[in-house]
Design a protein around this ligand. Structure first.
Ligand code: MG
Length: 510
């Protein structure tokens, strides 16, 4: 038969002949031919330790590296989540007088994922895509999924969530919140557990109070310093990959880069962690250390001046007219920082894990380059690399391509359509049975993904990924065609010009 490119089918990778398609339709059981559609060697291609670029950036031009501390320089083990969960649960019971029966709830690892939205008035935890639609099958009330029809009815007959009315740019609106930091995993799980308790016991409660109390209880765990104490007491147990942080910082300094730290955490906590990871002279590596910075306000509010602080935490009263190496500063704001250091524009690259508190304002207002730390990338890429995922995705693409080519809505159309949803659910569940991947809602990017692309030049699982690249490396984002463009270079597997570093090429580095 004639060979035609079948663009949106299995096909961006493969040429499928008409005859072959007919054969598959009527003779071949669908699952048999999927392996056939997979080009050889596509599995296990992506390297979880690679850095991915949204925007072109040359590290050679970067003179100054800035870092957030928690979950950027210091990676914490998941043990912390159950500690936060249990402590906040007990605060609810003991201080807020919530029912004793809540004690039977334990932290459920892997229940929630980062980037979910929560409708306070409906007690609905859900995943929303880049177009503000809730992904069906991913709306939970308590620990139970809400049927799609009910979700649609709750929002007046649509899956579209009016985020602009119900939330704000940073996900902190009056009725819909977005959970963006890694600490919010225990918060979402606690919210769902308590809701579950009230629902299963038919107890009437005010949803607004519940949200507020849980968020206060979680805040207490941070602000009152309980979490800091656990970490300080057992660094080995809670802080991961400290030696890699040490290697990254040292390497940058050896290449004459300037380093600075802007964290919301208190000095004594950061100092202990950095001593553990980097050594007692860690501050020699940094030109500037700013603690309790109150990000994101640090980036937008010019009123808070810097204060000098000594190692014991005492504050000085003198006016700050220069920022000196070796000194510690508290609070301050980015406007003074820029004025005093002159570190402006593209020569500065700042790394943080929080898309809003760390990166959004820098990208939108100040023009520093930004690097997002997304630890979830590691597990997600491992899943993308599996044969099972590749098969499922290829099958979906093939079905979509065929559906697109069928012009009549007959039996074949409904049959193909009926195969599509189960396959989409299957690949979703590989990531997380409740909510799927943090990056996609089936075929669309998630709301989280869109924000990630908008606010970061590069993103990676951990700061240690920098060790895999030369200090003058230039990152070029892969050119993917826009919807109206011809997919001429889609077949990058064949041309070998994929901009994503592969395991094979990088195997010598780590
Ligand atoms: Mg952080």
């Amino acid at each position: 038969g004639t060979v035609r490119p079948c663009f949106r089918a299995a096909s961006s990778l493969y040429m499928v002949s008409d005859q072959k398609l007919k054969g598959y339709f009527f003779l071949t059981p669908p699952l048999y031919f999927i392996p056939d559609l997979l080009p050889p060697g596509v599995c296990s291609l992506l390297n979880p330790a690679a850095i991915y670029a949204n925007n072109e950036i040359s590290l050679g031009d970067v003179e100054i590296y800035g870092f957030d501390y928690d979950y950027t320089l210091a990676q914490y083990s998941n043990l912390l989540h159950s500690m936060i969960f249990n402590t906040a649960r007990d605060i609810l019971i003991e201080q807020f007088k919530y029912p004793e029966g809540l004690r039977k709830y334990e932290y459920i690892p892997g229940f929630a994922i980062r980037g979910l939205h929560y409708d306070v008035h409906k007690s609905l935890l859900m995943k929303i895509d880049a177009f503000h639609y809730v992904q069906l099958g991913t709306a939970y009330q308590g620990l139970k999924p809400v049927p799609d029809e009910e979700v649609i009815e709750m929002y007046g007959g649509t899956q579209h969530i009016p985020l602009y009315q119900m939330s704000d740019f940073y996900g902190k609106g009056p009725s819909i919140k977005q959970f963006m930091d890694i600490f919010s995993l225990p918060e979402m799980t606690l919210l769902s557990s308590v809701t579950d308790y009230f629902m299963t016991h038919n107890i009437e409660y005010d949803q607004v109070h519940l949200y507020k109390d849980i968020s206060d209880a979680i805040k207490d765990v941070h602000v009152k310093g309980m979490m800091y104490k656990w970490i300080e007491k057992d660094m080995e147990k809670y802080i991961l990959h400290g030696d890699e942080t040490y290697a990254v910082l040292n390497r940058l300094v050896n290449h004459n880069k300037k380093l600075f730290l802007i964290t919301n955490s208190p000095f004594s906590f950061v100092d202990k962690g950095m001593k553990h990871m980097v050594g007692k002279n860690w501050r020699d590596l940094f030109d500037m250390v700013i603690v309790q910075a109150d990000k994101p306000n640090f980036f937008t509010d010019r009123r808070k001046p810097f204060r000098k602080m000594d190692e014991k935490g005492s504050l000085h009263w003198d006016k700050i007219s220069k920022l000196e190496k070796g000194k510690i500063y508290k609070q301050g704001n980015l406007f003074d920082f820029l004025r005093l250091t002159g570190w402006r524009g593209s020569k500065v690259l700042y790394f943080g894990d929080h898309l809003y508190s760390d990166l959004a304002d820098l990208m939108l207002r100040h023009g520093w380059r930004t690097g997002a730390i997304v630890p979830e990338l590691e597990t997600e890429i491992r899943i993308i690399n599996t044969e099972q995922y590749m098969h499922s995705l290829t099958w979906q693409q093939a079905l979509t391509g065929l559906l697109e080519r069928i012009r009549f809505q007959g039996f074949l159309f409904s049959w193909l359509n009926s195969k599509l949803f189960p396959s989409r659910s299957l690949s979703k569940n590989l990531f997380n049975p409740q909510f799927g991947s943090i990056f996609r809602t089936f075929h669309n990017p998630t709301y989280f993904s869109r924000r990630l692309i908008r606010f970061s030049d590069i993103y990676m699982a951990s700061i240690s990924c920098l060790l895999n690249y030369d200090v003058n490396f230039t990152f070029y984002p892969r050119r993917t065609p826009l919807q109206h463009e011809a997919p001429l270079w889609m077949d990058q597997l064949c041309t070998g010009c994929m901009k994503t570093p592969f395991l094979e090429e990088m195997v010598h580095i780590r």
